[in-house]
Design a binder for this molecule. Structure first.
Ligand code: 5GP
Ligand code: ZN
Length: 114
């Protein structure tokens, strides 16, 4: 998926500040952070939205959550609190169509979200 910006980040064709990577997952700091901690956690595999995920991706989706937990601990926001966001399609404001979790922390968040 050469045109996908997150595929290009995963392939290191585009520069990013990487927070974690393994054979399945890459996490990097958001270019336009909405909180003191704002990391994007993405699978190396190109999946456009949660709507396209299948049973085949069950463990990969779980892995994204566990990477979020690990980074929340490492970045020091696990105890104070953090938010995981997965935007899907237009009404949620998804702008990059390669599935990703947002890990947001370092401040308090309102509920319900806007
Ligand atoms: P979405 O709106 O799709 O849920 O989130 C996409 C996120 O990707 C946004 O928070 C945006 O700031 C971030 N983003 C877009 N392009 C880049 C980029 O080239 N590098 C990094 N690090 N983040 C990006
Ligand atoms: Zn992609």
């Amino acid at each position: 998926m050469e045109s996908c910006i997150f595929c290009r980040i995963v392939e290191k064709e585009l520069q990013s500040k990487i927070a974690y990577e393994d054979e399945e997952v890459v996490a990097f700091h958001d270019i336009n952070p909405q909180a003191p901690i704002h990391v994007l956690i993405v699978p190396r595999k190109h999946i456009p939205t949660l709507n396209e995920a299948t049973e085949e991706e069950r463990s990969l989706l779980g892995k994204l959550m566990l990477v979020a937990q690990k980074l929340a601990k490492e970045l020091g926001t696990a105890e104070s609190g953090y938010r995981i966001v997965l935007n899907t399609n237009k009404d949620a404001g998804q702008s990059v169509f390669h599935i990703h979790l947002h890990l947001l922390g370092g401040r308090s968040f309102r509920w319900p979200p806007g």
